[in-house]
Each structure stands twice: as structure tokens, then as C-alpha cells.
Design a protein around this ligand. Structure first.
Ligand SMILES: *Cc1c(COP(=O)(O)O)cnc(C)c1O
Length: 372
């Protein structure tokens, strides 16, 4: 029996582990020189004069980005109905209102035709999600934002290394938030980053992530507002530095593996494939839609049968309005029917840089056998 193939797995090499051991020996474990070096490396990677600040998660970053964008109680923020719950949770935590917009069936990104009709006098920001690493049409989205005077907080949790045309996601745009959770395209164990052109916003992020503290020229502290505690550790930052060095290699391999999936699944009628995009797609995930009632099994049964064959299948994600909290707030999943369908039918096939081409062939063989 082949070893179990998970749907994803981070690639941490021996050099990274050795470098982390050195950080432990340095005695500097909380935020110090490695955090500064990680931020500097991210700024070099993204280029074009970007200010980058790291924090313990994209969730923390999204929340502080919304705050800096001026989102507060009673405001509305437009967000796709298909994303990880964190995209909407951070809006709700600020007592603002998530306004869910439906997605496109193939790109699984926010349907830009539906954004303008969702704008009201209370709308303050739009939060596009570059789903699975496929960039949203940024020219169209930023044109809408400019026309209506809205801030943009990009949930780029899936999109580190993704390119829109020839520009990296995060190298332009208002407030762009990345995740370095172990399942994402690069990791710092847990971690996140915000990239922006706005130096003042970057200074605010330093304060938000660390108690609202500002130091004067003499190094004395003052507290400007009750900030939170979401600074990254140097141990995590060291892993992030090594991962960033390998990121383009990881993403090139992801692109190859996605290409193998398209070859193997061409003309396979039982699955709706994702939009292919171009070489700027970072392929955070490869997801197909399956009509489970027609296939004569439930999705958990399908996952169990694939697991029995040594293959891990993920589900990313139920639509956000279908989750209990959002239903209790009066949202109806059927109001965003494409997201609702994707939420019911989606399965995430294994895709990570250390996979072999043969693994893709094996996953597709099992899929065909099970679904005909
Ligand atoms: C993973 C993820 C997040 C949250 O990232 P964390 O770093 O785990 O907080 C937010 N949005 C999307 C779309 C994600 O996939």
C-alpha cells in the first residue's frame, strides 16, 4: 500500500530546521531581528516601495486592515459568499455588516457584475478573495472601488506569489493581506502579513499588533489605543524567510501539478473543473465540483472511500452564509446560489509541491473508478 497522500503538506527542509535551531540558540525568541528580516525580504519580493508588516495570522491582519480602512460599527463591507469564514468573521467582529456577493462558477472568485448593485450609502470597503490563488480582475475591481470611494482590503491568503498580468498580488493595491498558515503556499507555522503603499498604515499595524504602543525617540513607550497582541515570533519569522526563498519554486511545481490534473481530467464528465487562469495562478488548491446525489453517495462517504484508498480529500469551503452564525444573522444561503452550490459540491484534491506526477495520476484513476 502506498503511503497516505494528504490534500496538502508543507515542505520544510533540513536547512530551515537548522536555521530555526540557531534562532533558539540566539536567545531572541519573540519579535526581533528575524521579524525585521522577514518583513524586509517580503518587501523586496513584492517590490515597488511596499511597506510590509507581519503578524500572527491573516485573520489578525484582515481585522487590523479593516480597522485602518475605517470600518466600524454599522458599516458594510462587500465580501464573496465563497471563502473561508475568517473573511466575514473579521467584519462581524468589528460590528460591521458583511454583504455577501455571489461568485463565478468557474473562477470561484467574486462575480464583479454583482458588486455595484450591492453598494449602498453604508458601504465602506470591498474584500476580494483571490480564490485558490487565481487573481480577481484587479483593474475592474479597483475601478469600481475608485468610482464609489471605497477602500479595498484584499484577502490574499491564497495568493502569495500569484500574478495579475505581470504584477505580483500585493505589489500594488490598497491593503493586501497574506496568510502563512501551514496549509498555504508558504508558511511561518502560523503567520500573516499586510502589504501596502501607505507608510502611515504600516506604522498603525505595528501599534495594532503590539498593545497600541508607540515609542518616542528616547525609546520610552506610550499607549495610543488598546491594541492587541499579535506580533510574530523570530522563530516563526525564520521559517518564513526560508519559505519565501523557496516560494517561486513551490509555485512553479504547483502550476505543473495543476497542469497534470487538467490533462488527466480532460473530458471527465463527472466533475466541474476550476478555471485554468494563466501562469500567474499560484494554485493554492485544485478543486472540482461533484454532483454527489447523482454520484449516489454523500461527500463524507466520498471522502471516506478516497481515504480508504490512501487519498486525502479536503472541503474548502461551505459557503459562508450557510454557516450557523450567519444563518442566525438572517443570511440565506440561497441568496448566493453559485457559492451555495460550490459549497455543497466542492472537493479539494491533493496538491502540494512535494507530490509526484504519479500521485496526480493515481488520484485521477481513483476518481474515475469511483464516479465513472
Ligand atoms: C487561511 C485563510 C484565512 C485565514 O488565515 P490565517 O492565517 O489562518 O488566519 C483567511 N482567508 C482565507 C481565504 C483563508 O484561506
Amino acid at each position: 500500500m502506498k503511503p497516505f497522500l494528504p490534500f496538502t503538506r508543507p515542505s520544510i527542509d533540513a536547512d530551515s530546521i537548522a536555521a530555526v535551531a540557531d534562532v533558539f540558540r540566539s536567545g531572541q525568541l519573540a519579535s526581533g531581528p528575524k521579524v525585521q528580516a522577514f518583513e524586509a525580504a517580503l518587501a523586496v519580493y513584492l517590490g515597488s516601495e511596499r511597506h510590509v508588516r507581519v503578524m500572527t495570522s491573516a485573520t489578525a491582519g484582515l481585522e487590523m486592515a479593516l480597522q485602518v480602512a475605517g470600518v466600524g460599527e454599522g458599516d458594510e463591507v462587500i465580501v464573496p459568499a465563497m471563502s473561508f469564514a475568517a473573511s466575514a468573521n473579521v467584519i462581524a467582529r468589528l460590528r460591521a455588516k458583511p454583504v455577501f456577493v455571489d461568485i463565478d462558477l468557474h473562477t470561484r472568485n467574486i462575480n464583479l457584475d454583482l458588486v455595484e448593485p450591492a453598494i449602498t450609502a453604508k458601504t465602506r470597503a470591498i474584500m476580494p478573495v483571490h480564490f485558490a490563488g487565481l487573481p480577481v480582475d484587479m483593474d475592474a475591481l479597483y475601478a469600481i472601488a475608485a468610482e464609489h470611494g471605497l477602500r479595498v482590503v484584499e484577502d490574499a491568503a491564497h495568493a502569495i506569489g500569484s500574478r495579475y498580468g505581470n504584477r505580483l498580488i500585493g505589489s500594488f493595491g490598497d491593503l493586501v493581506v497574506f496568510s502563512f498558515h501551514p496549509n498555504k503556499n508558504m508558511t511561518s507555522i502560523e503567520g500573516g502579513a499586510i502589504a501596502t503603499a501607505d507608510a502611515r498604515a504600516a506604522e498603525l499595524f505595528e501599534q495594532y499588533r503590539f498593545h497600541g504602543i508607540k515609542r518616542n525617540a528616547q525609546g520610552e513607550i506610550d499607549v495610543l489605543f488598546p491594541g492587541t497582541k499579535s506580533n510574530l515570533t523570530d522563530v516563526a519569522a525564520q521559517i518564513g524567510i526560508d519559505q519565501l526563498r523557496r516560494l517561486d519554486g513551490f509555485n512553479a511545481r504547483r502550476l505543473e501539478l495543476a497542469g497534470r490534473y487538467f490533462e488527466e481530467l480532460a473530458g471527465f464528465p463527472s466533475a466541474v473543473l476550476p478555471a485554468r487562469g494563466d501562469s500567474g495562478h499560484s494554485w493554492h488548491m485544485f478543486q472540482v465540483l461533484i454532483d454527489f446525489p447523482r454520484a449516489g453517495m454523500t461527500r463524507p462517504e466520498f471522502q471516506k472511500r478516497m481515504a480508504d484508498r490512501g487519498i486525502g480529500i479536503g472541503v474548502h469551503y461551505p459557503s459562508i452564509p450557510s454557516l450557523q452564525y450567519y444563518r442566525e444573522q438572517g443570511y440565506r444561503p440561497q441568496d448566493t446560489p453559485v457559492a451555495e452550490r460550490v459549497g455543497r459540491e466542492t472537493v479539494t484534491l491533493p496538491l502540494f509541491p512535494a507530490m509526484a506526477d504519479e500521485d496526480v495520476v493515481r488520484v485521477c484513476r481513483e476518481l474515475r473508478e469511483m464516479l465513472h
